[in-house]
Design a protein around this ligand. Structure first.
Ligand code: NCD
Length: 340
């Protein structure tokens, strides 16, 4: 990408995401979003769940709108559930395979975006290896286009966090009395960062991270979490256990002696899961590496809600896309009204 997305753009002002009425117009990160807004996303997603159970799985909310999926990094669940969500909202969907697009012939990201805009696109769903890329795009696009972050570097993965929150709410009712533990590669995980922000904003009293020092970000306590290096201590009295893949593609040097050693200390086996509450649920954003961060016995057990997370991804993405589109349209209408 010749027109680079600067890392500092990841901390761009929160107001970029919201229109003048405080409604979502882009969805770039959980950071700074209110409990009310996050709850509205969950409630809207709840209302879309039954659409997936209909024989005709469609509502007309994005009819006539064009959604462009721009995935610069590999993805299975996120890309396909974004596509399904857009189609269930009746949008026209364009999936750009970046490996075969002209950015691989040297076209800059901005030039590519301008071309997409010239095709009258209404929404870009962006996954990028560089933290801040979706913010950069949201700052650069024409004002009528909504941008949704589908994962940027190690910075944020807000729709993943919200589908995780929906899954927790479905199984545990509310966040108010919960103890949640996130195990493993916190350092490189955009998922963990967004999960922590969402859990805290929704009022979860105790969020723990359990990891070796080498997989924890500096000053991790500042995120509002309790830190455990020992899995047994960390899992005591826990209601929700979140496991994570080791993000080897983001590791600059060997941070672990070996996967076998990681599994021995932090891999979630049925035996270790017994250290948590007996009714604890087990989550994973996928893709799972069986026998590394999680055992098959746990991943396929009745305590696992991993496939519920995938199903909920469609409803959450429908919620975020429809809310951002209507926030964007409200902003456009208001800005036209004030024009002389
Ligand atoms: C995650 C991602 O891409 O950040 N996966 C996902 O979106 N479902 C986590 C991962 O790749 O490990």
């Amino acid at each position: 990408m010749s027109s680079s997305a600067p890392e500092h753009a990841a901390s761009a002002p929160q107001c970029l995401q919201l229109n003048r009425f405080g409604q979502l117009r882009h969805f770039l990160s959980i950071e700074g979003l209110s409990r009310e807004l996050l709850t509205e996303i969950l409630d809207t997603a709840d209302s879309f769940i039954e659409v997936g159970a209909r024989s005709i799985k469609k509502v007309p909310l994005l009819r006539g709108k064009t959604v462009v999926n721009l995935f610069f990094e590999p993805s299975t669940r996120t890309r396909s559930t974004f596509e399904l969500a857009a189609k269930r909202l009746s949008a026209d969907v364009l999936n750009m395979d970046i490996r075969t697009s002209s950015t691989s012939k040297g076209e800059s990201l901005l030039d590519m975006l301008r071309n997409m805009e010239a095709m009258a696109s209404d929404m870009f769903v962006v996954r990028h290896a560089q933290s801040g890329a979706p913010h950069f795009i949201a700052q650069s696009v024409t004002p009528n286009v909504a941008v949704i972050n589908a994962g940027d570097g190690r910075h944020a993965h807000p729709t993943q966090a919200m589908l995780d929150m929906l899954t927790i709410r479905q199984h545990k009712g509310s966040f108010e009395n919960l103890t949640v533990a996130i195990i493993g590669d916190i350092l490189h995980s955009r998922v963990a960062r967004s999960q922590i922000q969402a859990l805290r904003a929704l009022g979860t009293p105790e969020v723990r991270v359990i990891a070796p020092n080498t997989l924890l970000p500096a000053e991790v306590e500042r995120l509002g979490v309790k830190v455990y290096r020992d899995l047994k201590q960390g899992l005591k009295d826990v209601d929700v256990v979140m496991t994570l893949r080791l993000q080897k593609e983001r590791m600059e040097s060997a941070l672990l002696p070996s996967e076998a050693e990681f599994y021995r200390l932090y891999g979630l086996s049925a035996e270790k899961l017994r250290w948590a509450k007996p009714d604890a649920i087990v989550m994973h954003p996928g893709p799972i590496n069986r026998g590394v961060e999680i055992d098959s016995e746990v991943a396929d057990s009745p305590q696992s809600v991993i496939l519920n997370q995938v199903t909920n991804g469609i409803a959450v993405r429908m919620a975020v896309m429809s809310m951002a589109m209507s926030g964007q349209m409200a902003e456009m209408a208001a800005s036209q009204e004030v024009r002389p």
